[in-house]
Design a protein around this ligand. Structure first.
Ligand code: GLN
Length: 544
């Protein structure tokens, strides 16, 4: 039977609860304990798929095609496992399921209530993940902070679990923030005490409190939290802000969290082996020569909208012993004249995924800049559409080629909906989602990167390369280096007469791992690092 760790948040959101949960997974895995992770999102959306990236950040796609919270990306990167739809549960999913059962007549005669019907539905999701994953420990993160109205059924469900599976099989971890007051120059513990009081009010006594802080936490603050919150002194774990998220497992290990979990849950554990992780962090912290990569997107004000892309670039940089100097370029800014200056130090240009017409002209400009100046270019999903439209415009000498996402009456719909997509009425969950196979063409840059001919990658899109234009673009130098096995869909394309301009219809960023960069990102940075931009030339050889 699986044991459970429930993680709640207090005081404020965005203190890194997701990274803390992911790091606990790393600590358990390093002791050869099997682990799976689940995120509970209290909002009423069924999934984040229809939410704006400004609201929610990136939508992370699992191999089985679920559109999920970006924390799942961190879980995957930290425990190096591929999760499924079962790892993200929202209030929207829970209520839809309960109401569907009610309409079907499953509860005939009964009054449907939050307790027990909604809480039972929630607990069934815990059990389903435990059954399917067969993991020894399931870590479950409750999104938001204690006290949120929407979160209450989830908190009640995790409270009930203590009786359902026995108190020795559950552990409650509360992650809080200790704010710093400049005037008195001290860290305040009172908000933590209040949020623990709120937890206790609903019947949950935390076993471990993890204290996030921008400053070192003095002993007396830890003692105070231990006393007022009734938590063992060694179970008050300080977690100061660190320069790289990959350091968090090491800090938590140093503070004894790994052993504490093992003891409290009576787990059978091996000695922890975090050597790979230690090596990763010392390499990440060592200074390296930077490589300038411009990320041209429409949501760049919110960096979380491109979380996995940024991480995948970082992993690839590390592989080549380079720091990634990410230049965030708002695509709309590129639409202005003279905007080339925004790209003139870029050694590589990346155009990531996105939806809607805003900023498209700026992205097209970035693609033509990359093609003209022979700057390495990596297009991801929308970034591939942009590369195809730009190339078609260039060879036809016309601004008419377009995607029907942006112009339904273009005479050159080089990117278009598949016939079956045209029939769809609903927006949520109706895209081409999750893993699909892709056959690579021998000798292409894509095939060279992967070193294999059949790969599976994660998708999230509606529109596709329009096959009517295949031969036209091919004659001008576009290579279709990855196709669906039936040959019908273009999955990867590249330009023959360019150092490295490669785009894919899928999202390779989701599969990149800190110690195993994705091959396309790896090769993109591999070429970009050797590109010299103006002002960066090595000195000419001295000749007297
Ligand atoms: N908007 C495009 C489509 O729906 C691209 C999607 C994406 O970049 N994820 O096909």
């Amino acid at each position: 039977m699986s044991k459970y760790i429930f993680v709640t948040g207090g005081v404020v959101s965005s203190v890194g609860k997701g990274i803390t949960v992911a790091s606990m997974g790393t600590l358990l895995k390093s002791r050869q304990i099997t682990v799976s992770v689940q995120k509970l999102d209290p909002y009423l959306n069924v999934d984040p798929g229809t939410m704006s990236p400004y609201q929610h950040g990136e939508v992370f796609v699992t191999q089985d095609g679920a559109e999920t919270d970006l924390d799942l990306g961190n879980y995957e990167r930290f425990i190096d496992a591929n999760l499924t739809a079962d790892s993200n549960v929202t209030s929207g999913q829970i209520y839809s399921a309960v109401i569907a059962k009610e309409r079907r007549g499953d509860f005939l005669g009964g009054t449907i209530q939050v307790v027990p019907h909604v809480t039972t539905e929630i607990k069934q999701r815990f059990e389903k993940l435990a059954q399917k994953s067969q993991a020894e420990v399931i870590i479950i993160e409750v999104g938001g902070t204690v006290g949120d109205i929407e979160g209450q059924p989830f908190l009640e469900a995790i409270r009930q679990m203590r009786n359902d599976v026995g108190r020795d099989n559950v552990l409650y971890v509360h992650v809080t923030l200790l704010p710093y007051l400049n005037s008195t120059q001290e860290l305040k513990t009172k908000p933590t005490q209040h949020s623990v009081n709120e937890l206790r009010r609903i019947g949950i006594q935390p076993d471990v409190i993890i204290c996030r802080s921008d400053y070192p936490i003095p002993e007396e603050a830890k003692n105070k939290i231990s006393l007022f919150c009734d938590v063992d002194r060694e179970a008050v774990i300080p977690l100061p802000t660190v320069s790289t998220i990959y350091e968090v497992p090491l800090i938590l290990e140093e503070e004894g969290l790994g052993q504490l979990i093992v003891d409290k849950l009576s787990l059978k554990a091996h000695q922890p082996d975090l050597s790979q992780w230690q090596e990763l962090v010392s390499r990440l912290k060592a200074p390296h020569e930077p490589v300038n990569i411009a990320l041209v997107g429409k949501y760049v004000e919110l960096k979380d909208a491109y979380f996995s892309v940024r991480e995948a670039l970082r992993h690839a940089g590390l592989y080549h012993n380079r720091d990634i100097n990410l230049l965030w370029v708002r695509s709309e800014d590129l639409e202005r004249d003279g905007s080339d200056a925004l790209l003139d130090s870029a050694q590589g240009i990346i155009v990531p995924g996105g939806f809607g017409i805003r900023g498209i002209n700026g992205m097209l400009k970035a693609a033509s800049y990359a093609r003209d100046n022979e700057i390495p270019y990596l297009g991801l999903c929308l970034g591939m559409h942009v590369m195809v439209i730009e190339f078609a415009r260039y060879i036809l000498g016309s601004t008419e080629p377009n995607s029907t996402e942006f112009d339904t009456s273009t005479p050159y719909p080089v990117i278009d909906l598949l016939p079956e997509q045209k029939e769809m009425e609903n927006k949520g969950g109706t895209m081409r989602l999750g893993n699909y196979p892709c056959q690579l063409v021998d000798g292409s840059r894509a095939a060279n990167a992967y070193g294999q001919s059949l790969v599976y990658e994660r998708h999230r899109h509606r529109l596709e390369f329009n096959n009517q234009f295949r031969s036209l673009l091919e004659k001008a130098g576009m290579v279709y280096s990855g196709l669906s096995p039936d040959g019908r869909l273009v999955e990867v394309c590249e330009l023959a007469n360019h150092p490295w301009m490669v785009s894919c219809q899928f999202h390779p960023e989701f599969g990149s791992r800190p110690t195993r960069p994705h091959p396309l990102f790896r090769d993109f940075i591999g070429v970009a690092k050797d590109i010299l931009r103006e002002g960066a030339q090595p000195p000419l050889p001295f000749s007297p």
